[in-house]
Design a protein around this ligand. Structure first.
Ligand SMILES: [Fe+2]
Length: 373
């Protein structure tokens, strides 16, 4: 029996009035849909509806469990078009899926910065700064995907006049610096402090062996906000270690092909195939694991908010720590045999074999002893 905790209609009806929130009401009043699932096959082709507020088309992606932390939305700007200017009392981080154009960002003090972008560009909107996106082509649409922390803000204030029309410049976030959106940054450990990455698909990464299989990793701090997204990459013939964390991570495939397994504790893994443009949304504390079955490295962007992380007393996300010592990451040595057989079968369909022996071997050097039974 599936452990999805679904109960009778009779019990559910007692909570029906609490299921709706100011956030879900707002999306509905905007005339838009919320995709509540764990998976979107392709963000490039997912169906959109007209969004009168912005002037483009959009769909929100927000699993039930993340309705109090963050959301995602996909938006399209028509050929030769632009979106309406907007300011907002929530943070937003954007990745361009297709098309070319520019964004203007300004504040009430009159400082204005404009920058250009193309596919793979990654940037954040400074809190409450005015901004407007322009499609630079008369022939091609622009499509972007964004992560925001609109849900808690909308649930707290439930007042669109306040959220979208408050005259206050957060000068510590943006003061009109002319090079604010220059393609540069400062690397602090795994964290890249920047406001603009021109090409997230080809951005150099930092080694992160703790997540397994020769992986590369980089974390972002953009526009001094709390949307702490990251990129991970893993080589041909490999897969990452399984882990779990809180809700609100939106995993977008930037390159490669493969699949993910996701499951709540005690259940059989569920299979989700992906390609460039697919999105995986791991539900709250579901185990999940990503597998590269293609002939190139696989790279994804995890769009998320700080509340996704569950950290230990040292500030380390428990998704990086072995379950043998109380973390939320399953070591290769402790995974079910099914993980390896499924992977070998999937690779064989592409004429490939697993390239995991070095990763299994390397793990042994730092593997904590198994706790006593
Ligand atoms: Fe994850």
């Amino acid at each position: 029996m599936a452990k999805d905790a679904l109960v009778s209609e009779k019990l559910a009806s007692k909570f029906a009035t609490e299921k709706e929130t100011p956030y879900t009401r707002w999306v509905r009043d905007e005339g838009l849909e919320i995709i509540s699932g764990h998976y979107v096959a392709n963000l490039n082709t997912v169906a959109l509806k007209p969004w009168p507020r912005r002037g483009g088309g959009a769909v929100f992606i927000n699993h039930d469990a993340s309705r109090t932390s963050n959301d995602c939305y996909v938006c399209e700007i028509p050929e030769g078009g632009k979106l309406a200017p907007q300011r907002q009392l929530f943070e937003e981080m954007i990745m361009i899926l297709s098309g070319r154009g520019s964004t203007a960002v300004w504040n009430d003090a009159g400082a204005k910065v404009t920058f250009e972008w193309g596919p793979g560009a990654l940037f954040a909107i400074p809190l409450n700064a005015w901004h407007q996106h322009f499609n630079g082509s008369g022939r091609e649409t622009v499509r972007y995907v964004a992560v925001t922390n609109c849900p808690p803000v909308m649930n707290l204030y439930e007042d669109t006049g306040f959220i979208f029309d408050s005259a206050y410049d957060f000068k510590n976030r943006f003061a009109g610096e002319p090079d604010y959106f220059a393609n540069k940054g400062e690397q602090k450990g795994l964290l890249l402090e920047t406001n603009f990455v021109a090409d997230a698909v080809n951005l150099p990464l930092i080694e992160a062996k703790e997540r397994g299989a020769g992986g590369g990793h980089i974390r972002f701090s953009m526009a001094k906000g709390s949307m702490n997204s990251h990129i991970s990459q893993f080589p041909v013939g490999t897969y990452k270690k399984c882990h779990r964390h809180g809700p609100g991570a939106h995993v977008i495939i930037l390159s490669g092909e493969g699949y993910s397994l996701m499951w709540p504790e005690g259940e059989e893994p569920k299979y989700y195939e992906w390609q460039v443009g697919s999105m995986i949304v791991p539900p709250n504390m579901w185990f999940h694991q990503h597998f590269n079955t293609g002939t190139t490295p696989a790279r994804y962007l995890a769009f998320k908010h700080e509340t996704v992380s569950i950290r230990n007393a040292q500030g380390v996300p428990k998704a990086w720590i072995s379950m043998r010592i109380g973390g939320d990451q399953i070591d290769y040595a402790d995974e079910q045999p099914l993980i390896r057989t499924t992977f070998a079968e999937a690779l064989s369909k592409h004429g490939l074999t697993p390239n995991m022996d070095a990763a299994y071997e390397a793990e042994l050097a730092d593997l904590p002893p198994k706790p006593a039974a």
